[in-house]
Design a protein around this ligand. Structure first.
Ligand code: MEV
Length: 315
């Protein structure tokens, strides 16, 4: 006997190890899938397409497309995802999005939203999405949140693993070899503004001073390539120093807030080998290299009132 029709789809979050922002200007970046993510469950629902994210904000988020209810950007993103699998606002489906991934702090929650909802809807509809169709659909959904994303976030979230990504190169991404899983602590605080605003802010500063910014992005590219070599031989000391250098460049780009600096300094003082902001910045997440003493770093950040957890990347 078969039960009620159900579709499911999942996607991990992502962590940018090197090269965020510079990647928008054609430089390479390295990002890895995270061990936590989002999962979409799709079931039948009378009265049009709805989406609920119980963990969003204080009391959860509900989008009812037929009644035009919910946050506008999320509603637009949901509409696009429905179209990809041949559904629309009137379709009788309900999507619930759940998972342990912190939302809106630069750990890829909008890319994980896009990929998990697309996978769940495709599973519900019995539609086979090719990787290319999934990536194109995710790019369209991401554009709602990010304007002109490099494509790195949904590429990593779709494929998982640790990838070198460069938007103007063919192939656009390739796997990065990691000799050993890298132990890290990730800490976060709410962001001031969106990824789109952070990317637009860098664009405005770039346009005012293109020469220095081009050289800054070249430096970030050099740090990224050195980071790939350090990952390949498991040199955590070099990775830490390169994190510190990359963070300094991101500060120069104008995307490190007072809270980012505080988290980075707390992590370094508690024994991390290096620390940097990760993702768009302006608040959000930082990542610290912690081969020993991850607990002390996590505790220092938690005691200062930040969210923090230990994990490994490149496993
Ligand atoms: C956001 O995770 C990474 C950025 O480089 C934006 C992008 O690549 O689209 C800031």
């Amino acid at each position: 006997m078969s039960g009620p029709r159900l579709g499911t789809g999942a996607a991990p979050g992502k962590l940018v190890l090197f090269g965020e922002h510079a990647v928008v200007y054609g430089r390479p970046a390295v990002a890895a899938g995270l061990g936590c993510g989002l999962g979409a469950t799709v079931e039948a629902n009378q009265g049009g397409a709805t989406l609920s994210i119980p963990r969003w904000g204080k009391s959860g988020l509900v989008v009812r497309l037929a009644e035009d209810r919910g946050i506008e950007a999320v509603a637009r993103a949901f509409r696009i995802a429905l179209q990809v699998v041949g559904l629309d606002a009137e379709s009788p489906v309900h999507v619930t999005l759940a998972g342990r991934l912190p939302l809106g702090v630069g750990l890829g929650s909008s890319a994980a939203f896009a990929v998990s909802v697309l996978r769940g809807l495709a599973d519900y509809q019995g539609v086979e999405l090719s990787i290319g169709e999934l990536m194109d659909g995710a790019q369209a959904v991401e554009q709602v949140f990010h304007g002109n994303p490099s494509g790195m976030d949904h590429t990593v979230v779709t494929h998982g693993g640790c990838l070198r990504f460069q938007r103007d190169q063919s192939p656009i991404f390739r796997p990065v070899e990691c000799a050993e899983p890298v132990p890290v602590v990730i800490a976060s605080t709410p962001r001031q503004g969106t990824t789109r605003e952070a990317v637009d802010g860098v664009r405005a500063r770039y346009e005012a001073q293109p020469g220095p910014f081009e050289r800054l992005f070249d430096t970030i590219a050099e740090i990224t390539e050195a980071g790939i070599e350090a990952l390949a031989v498991g040199d955590f000391g070099a990775l830490g120093r390169l994190f510190d250098l990359n963070h300094g460049c991101l500060n120069a780009c104008g995307v490190s807030s007072v809270k980012n600096e505080r988290m980075v300094n707390l992590a370094r003082d508690a024994g991390a080998l290096g620390a940097k902001l990760t993702g768009a910045g302006c608040g959000g997440a930082v990542v610290a290299i912690t081969p020993d003493g991850g607990q002390a770093v996590e505790r220092a950040l938690l005691e200062a009132g930040f969210a923090a957890f230990q994990t490994v990347v490149g496993a």
